[in-house]
Design a protein around this ligand. Sequence first.
Ligand code: ADP
Ligand code: MG
Length: 396
Amino acid sequence: MPGLNTLLDAFQRIYGTRPTKIARAPGRVNLIGEHTDYNEGFVMPIAIDREVLIAARERDDNQVHVTALDVEGGQADQFTLDDIPHHPDYRWANYVRGTAYYLAQENVRLTGIDAVMTSTLPSGAGLSSSAALEVCTATILQAFTPWRVGGVAIAKLCQQAENHFVGVKSGIMDQYASALGERGAALKIDCRALTYKAVKLPRGVTIVVADTNKKRHLAGSDYNTRYMECRNAAMLLSQLLDRDIPALRDVSLKEFKTVAKHLPDNLMRRVRHVLTENERVQKAARAAKRNDAVKFGALMNESQTSLREDFEASSPELDIMVEIARKQEGCLGARLTGAGWGGATVNLVRDEHVDTFVQQVDWEYRERTGIVPWVSPVRASPGAGMIEWEQGEAKA
Ligand code: ADP
Ligand code: MG
């Protein structure tokens, strides 16, 4: 298992012993349903076979000591569970601290740990390394208590950490997928009810992620602007339609069309994206059920157009990556995934064309941009849990 031996070696080096528990939490790639989660609509992510790993042993006090191996060759933080303030400098540490803070609010009596963390997920690529980090932190902290907080509760408290401790107003999708992912299936999540249906992926196709390697920090960026635009649009729509509209989820496309001309142009387009995107998620779930990969891919393409033109969440590199992907044989759909403005695309590719697709996209993107991308097939994987290992090796 990639990352595991690095983790065990580092633990030995730092603490002079072996860890007693190791937790894993996957990143996710959203197949369709972008910027719909915080509008309480529908999304369809898979948890992927790339993850954050944390190895730990119990301490006999309330201190958490944690080293992030991937940050500048190893950066350490320590704090006490009795009173968890923000870390003034380390961004990554606030994901850990925030999660511990909100887990403690659940009346889970935590014990201190010595921990080491690493990841096989690219950071800042839109594959939710941040959510994986939070969910992994919650999973390892919980593992040393007799209490068990359920998957949805974990997702919610990790979202709180990201929203209020780190300050990114992300929706529930990322943490939900990381906590509850299923092998071989996407999760069609109702982001209001916080329930999901497993959607088996069409046969004969592979999900390929292509990271543009143009990163964008989320906090304080366009993401929060869009979040506020959607809230403002919901308020305006509630005046126009003369009823309570807690979220854009509560407006039908038909209703929206009757009042769209009264909205400022930018808000009109934001709403149009969110409402049509919710419909695309439903259609994609039906297409998957019929094993119709071609229709599924076409819906992904429509999602990209809507994200680029109405939601203005694409970027020059994302557009280039999508354009290159769509030219390849066997590519049924390509779109940006995650928040956008940088990060990765998700592609639906026929199995027999995956190898050529990966090589060609990698090469053509380098040629066009001078940037080295990261292009890789991913598999729908189970949500967070504990890893069993023996003598430095994963059991299975
Ligand atoms: P994404 O979630 O799409 O990867 P974010 O900007 O939301 O992008 O989260 C990236 C942040 O998460 C990084 O800036 C860092 O603080 C933290 N992070 C991600 N991976 C790691 C890691 N392996 N070790 C430490 N911190 C990490
Ligand atoms: Mg994130």
